[in-house]
Design a protein around this ligand. Sequence first.
Ligand SMILES: C[S@@+](CC[C@H](N)C(=O)[O-])C[C@H]1O[C@@H](n2cnc3c(N)ncnc32)[C@H](O)[C@@H]1O
Length: 349
Amino acid sequence: MTVAIDSDKLMGLVYKAVDEVGATLNAALVVMGDRLGYYQALADHGPTTPGELAERTSTSEHYTREWLNAQAAGGFVEYDADTGRYTLPPEQTVALTDPSSPAYLPGFFQIALGTIQHTTETIEAARSGAGIGWHEHTSDVHVGCERFFRPSYNANLLTSWLPALDGVVDKLKRGATVADIGCGHGASTILMAEAFPRSSFVGSDYHEASIETARLRATEAGVGERVTFEVAAATGFSGSGYDLVTTFDALHDMGDPVGAARHVRESLAADGTWMLVEPMAGDRVEDNLNPVGFSTLLCTPASLSQPVGLALGTQAGPARIRDVTKAAGFSRFRTVAQTPFNLVFEVRP
Ligand SMILES: C[S@@+](CC[C@H](N)C(=O)[O-])C[C@H]1O[C@@H](n2cnc3c(N)ncnc32)[C@H](O)[C@@H]1O
């Protein structure tokens, strides 16, 4: 049977592909601009020629010229044809050079670029059904993750997420014990430790290199005495009687989220709270047609690399997450906050 081809639709797809290929390559250009200091130099000096940018960053003008033109094409910098100079507009300056802004973007590009470095392995894994562990990725995935999530935690954790939990902020002010599981580089653990000096915190993650970095970050932040970090899977982190357990963007990466939830349940005090932060998602496929492909390339393979390999994916949705907590013996579950990227659940015994 011959199927009629709509040539306008076909060409529309080709033009869309040009944008998408451009966006794919732009991820490398943004990481390049971040790492070589191009954005910072543009922010510091205003309208700049390729030669000036090369001199200020000790790089080759052949590269700064091409990079600036590509960035101007993508709207990341502005080009003035009269002067031949390139400018980083104020909004781009915030998004590309201010790590304290919730709109800070370089980590997003860094984790994306780090993730696609394993494309060949992911293709093989899709054939075999094997997984690729979080620890098997390049440090761009680990550092990019920290740099991507930290601005959102800075903007939301103390002002909106913790206050949305029943009675938790009062406990933290008085002095509580907290376990932050799957803590990565400890951005969330350290932020809470800085805010609540009477409380003590144990961050854990199965990835040894991440825990080493988290310890370094805690020392740099001056909270090393109240924060300890341990290498432990979520099914076996140490301690008991915790007032609060937190999990930030990590449950769906775990092979055995029900086992992890069961261990959280055992480790909590009778009136304790588990704050579970997961990616924004709905319960139906049509709610989750999200173009950001981390689920296929990073989170699903991470879960499949571990025992059980439940592979919730990044768009499990509240109903499936609630089922996981229910299977682990929790009886109370409610959504308490959300951002464009995250859902925050309060889970209690
Ligand atoms: C997307 S990262 C989030 C890290 C950190 N919570 C943050 O928000 O920056 C997921 C983390 O889950 C950790 N992880 C994956 N499986 C785990 C497991 N079974 N037990 C403990 N941590 C695990 C990974 O090592 C990684 O640090």
